[in-house]
Design a protein around this ligand. Structure first.
Ligand SMILES: O=C(CO)COP(=O)(O)O
Length: 271
């Protein structure tokens, strides 16, 4: 994360919680309400640090109602979408439906979709394009497994996922896109990547975006780190130059812990 001389962030930090398959529609609005109250009590400045949650699909209508009814500033999104617009695709969710439910974002290519549901790079690229088509910002998830990390080919692997995911995007779309680097070996394991690992990969991703779309676009794209983020490791990761935010799993299910992560500025070590 980098700041200009006036202390403003060059790219608005973005802290997002991926609830995965947790929180039914009643539990979900309770969690969101507690998060909103906690951040309100802490006088969180949403114009300085953006906050979003990614609930299960069944929670989205209730989340929309709560956000609109209480005028909450928490953004929200889906955890996946169909590459198709509508039709005979049983079980799929169209980006058009997510847009109608007020989703600002949608996760694309989370490692649990790539592995459990065998989503290919071509399908994921189609999903990225479908998200933009329906006015929802894709959060493209990339990252390597343990074997690839141990083989030392993690940079090439991650950049190949990135290139496939952003193929055919316009410069404007690439600038609006969010990319989340989530090493699979750090997800749900408690093995958080060190700040230097997160920086190495986000710098490589930004350099690849520059080669594909130019320096102006690469300077705008927000890059997140995800994988065993907790309140006690978030600030150190966010102090890295090319890390603009975090995609948090388990810790986002605890409103106090997630609010502590969102409030990372209060934990930043003075340079
Ligand atoms: O997959 C993740 C976020 O999308 C990370 O999950 P954990 O924070 O539970 O490791």
């Amino acid at each position: 994360m980098t700041t200009s001389t006036n202390g403003a962030f060059d790219r608005k930090p973005f802290i997002a919680g991926n609830w995965k398959m947790n929180m039914d529609h009643v539990q979900g609005i309770t969690l969101l309400q507690k998060l909103a109250w906690t951040l309100s009590d802490a006088k969180h400045d949403y114009s300085r640090v953006e906050v979003a949650v990614f609930p299960p699909f069944t929670d989205l209508r209730g989340v929309q109602t709560l956000v609109q009814g209480d005028d909450l500033q928490v953004a929200y999104g889906g955890q996946d979408l169909s590459q198709f617009d509508s039709g005979a695709y049983t079980g799929d969710i169209s980006g058009q439906f997510l847009n109608k439910l007020g989703c600002k974002y949608v996760l694309v290519g989370h490692s649990e979709r790539r592995t459990i549901h065998n989503e290919s790079d071509d399908v994921l690229n189609a999903k990225v394009k479908a998200a933009f088509k329906h006015g929802v910002i894709p959060v493209l998830c990339v990252g390597e497994g343990l074997e690839i990390r141990q083989a030392g080919t993690h940079v090439d692997h991650t950049l190949q996922q990135l290139r496939a995911g952003v193929a055919g995007l316009t410069n404007e779309q690439a600038a609006e896109l969010v990319v989340a680097y989530e090493p699979v070996w750090a997800i749900g394991t408690g093995e958080v990547a060190g700040p230097e690992d997160a920086q190495e990969m986000c710098a490589a991703i930004r350099a690849e975006l520059e080669s594909l779309f130019g320096a102006d676009v690469a300077a705008k794209t927000r890059l997140l780190y995800g994988g065993s983020v907790k309140a006690n490791n978030a600030a150190a990761i966010l102090q890295e130059r090319d890390v603009d935010g975090l995609l948090v799993g388990g810790a986002s299910l605890d409103p106090a812990e997630f609010a502590n992560i969102v409030r990372f500025e209060s934990h930043l070590v003075a340079d």
